[in-house]
Design a protein around this ligand. Structure first.
Ligand code: PLP
Length: 387
């Protein structure tokens, strides 16, 4: 077996980091109560507002993306509040569990894996709630476990009519897929650093609408680490209530500069191209996407129904062809594999991932024609370049 020092990470997070981002983290430590830190924090926070497309402050906590789920709930709600949790996959299930653990009266609206949430079903459920008991609706922008993107804009319209707060997990969406926090009327948007933001894991980033911040004023949920009011008061001095992840903030600044150079729209377009290339390649191999309706298939991660044991496929792709693919989660662990194409990933990486997948399948005896997937993806790329 070849031992390759260089391999390609094609999982939906953590994602590869640009050299500028890696280099930024080697900067010397600084006083987190000093001017240099405040300047850094101000710059990062202001740049993030542009990525969230919001005029509201954006809060950065040291933590995993999952912390954002808890922050969203404990800051805006009250003990025992009714919550509608919309789930289209494993991350929807996890956020649901967080809400249950925190003691909210959670109702789950579930869609089968591979399907997006139907905004009309959400609207119907909310219309039945005449007494306006439901205080919040939880939804994934992009369900990483199934490779499906929800129509957050349409869902936001439905939720606005009712008046509940709409909380959006955009951990694998923000920066890669279009999202307009203010224009669409989203109340909470949360993400992590380790996906489309091209940073190492360790930052939980969250923004609240004016309505959500007003709700936070009245929230009686116990909280300490994720307390928005404490974060907000520190933010007035461009500080954090406790020690910030300074090196990661340097990293994020470098990553946001890259994103600014590419432009957010440019990043969305690159992700759309990579999604289209990946899907064309997968179909050319004769494989099936987990996304039932291709129009809802994610442009940051592609989930594919595996024709062989996905663990064996990934092992061969990794060990013999130098590409790291992702497996399925929960019930899908034995059924699918996933190709992540978000963050610091370019169309050429998608070609390599498709080539490795095709060769690994051939090694495992699947009837594939070598080169077909790559050719199909090249076709998409060429058409894109030609306009
Ligand atoms: N939400 C989504 C959609 C995710 O993809 C992930 C992680 O992959 C999370 C939440 C949780 O993030 P973390 O693992 O950083 O806690």
């Amino acid at each position: 077996m070849m031992r390759m020092e260089k391999s390609l990470l094609m999982i939906p997070g953590p994602t590869p980091i640009p050299p500028q981002v890696a280099a930024a983290m080697t900067q010397p430590m600084l006083n987190h109560r000093g001017e240099a830190f405040s300047a850094l924090f101000a710059e990062v926070s202001t740049k993030l507002q542009k990525v969230f497309r919001t005029a509201q402050p954006v809060y950065i906590f040291p933590g995993a993306g999952s912390g954002g789920w808890e922050a969203a709930l404990v800051n805006t709600l009250n003990p025992g509040d009714a919550v509608l949790s919309v789930s289209i996959g494993d991350f929807g299930e996890r956020w649901h569990k967080v809400a249950v653990q925190l003691g909210f009266a959670v109702e789950r609206l579930r869609f089968e894996p591979g399907r997006a949430a139907d905004p009309e079903r959400i609207a119907e459920r909310l219309a039945q709630d005449r007494e306006r008991r439901i205080k919040a609706v939880l939804i994934q922008h992009n369900e990483t476990s199934t490779g499906v993107t929800n129509d957050v804009r349409a869902i936001a319209r439905a939720v606005r009519e009712h008046g509940a707060l709409l909380m959006v997990d955009s951990v694998s969406g923000l920066g890669a897929l279009p999202l307009e926090m203010d224009e669409w009327g989203l109340d909470v948007v949360l993400t992590g650093a380790q996906k489309a933001l091209m940073c190492p894991p360790g930052l939980s980033i969250i923004a609240f609408s004016e309505r959500a911040r007003a709700a936070a004023e009245k929230s009686a949920m116990p909280k300490f680490y994720w307390d928005l009011k404490a974060a907000h008061s520190s933010l007035q001095k461009w500080q954090t209530p406790y020690t910030p992840a300074i090196s990661l903030l340097h990293a994020l600044k470098a990553a946001l500069e890259l994103l600014e150079t590419e432009t957010l729209e440019g990043s969305w377009a690159r992700h759309r191209l990579m999604g289209e290339m990946c899907r064309a390649g997968v179909k050319a191999m004769g494989l099936r996407l987990l996304a039932v309706d291709e129009r809802t298939a994610s442009n940051s991660v592609t989930a594919v129904v595996a024709p062989v044991d996905p663990k064996r496929l990934r092992k061969v792709a990794r060990e013999q062809f130098g590409v790291e693919l992702a497996g399925g989660q929960g019930d899908l662990a034995d059924q699918i594999f996933r190709i992540g194409h978000l963050g610091y990933v370019v169309p050429g990486d998608v070609l390599q991932a498709l080539a490795a997948t095709e060769m690994a399948l051939a090694q495992l005896g699947v009837d594939v024609q070598i080169g077909r997937a790559v050719a199909a993806a090249q076709e998409v790329w060429m058409n894109h370049v030609r306009g």
